[in-house]
Write a protein that binds this ligand. Structure first.
Ligand code: UDP
Ligand code: MG
Length: 149
């Protein structure tokens, strides 16, 4: 089953949106396989966003991501990466439709409350960066047969 790395950024945690964001993934039918609250190091965040190093907003992004604890998660399910990004909305909340997480709860690109892997390849890289193998829970979703043919 496809897996995606989803994180609730410091502003999402500080604004009390943890339960609301988790609920969207649960109600869609995705399976939660890992979850923890963390304050990642500067080096960890620079590695996570390595493909954006050199962008004008990069240092600001790292400071924003260090401004408080983050809730890091792995969700599994059919097409979890693209589906997860759909639940989040567009990178810029001004382009995010109401009904998406960013479209419902945020206004600006530099405070867009959540992260989601943009492909299966980045998901597997991000999961390995944020979680040890022993932190990933292998379990059967009891409603599996009600969600999948
Ligand atoms: N970001 C920003 N300004 C920009 C583009 C991105 O502050 O012009 C931040 C924003 O928080 C975004 C993160 O950098 O979520 C990572 O950018 P990416 O293009 O990977 O967007 P995402 O995958 O998060 O939608
Ligand atoms: Mg990205």
């Amino acid at each position: 089953m496809e897996r995606t790395f989803i994180a609730i950024k410091p502003d999402g945690v500080a604004r009390g949106l943890v339960a609301k964001i988790i609920k969207r993934f649960e109600q869609r039918g995705y399976k939660l396989v890992a979850l923890k609250m963390v304050k990642p190091s500067d080096a960890h965040l620079r590695e996570h966003y390595a493909d954006l190093a050199g962008k004008g907003f990069f240092n600001g992004l790292i400071e924003y991501m260090k401004s408080g604890p983050i809730v890091a998660m792995v969700w599994a399910g059919e097409n979890a990466c693209a589906g997860g990004r759909m639940l989040l909305g567009e990178t810029n909340p001004q382009s995010s439709l109401p009904g998406s997480i960013r479209g419902d709860y945020s206004l600006t690109i530099g405070r867009n409350i959540c992260h989601g892997s943009d492909s299966v390849e980045s998901a597997e890289k991000e999961i390995a960066l944020w979680f040890g193998k022993d932190e990933i829970c292998d379990w059967e979703l009891p409603v599996h047969s009600l969600l999948y043919e």
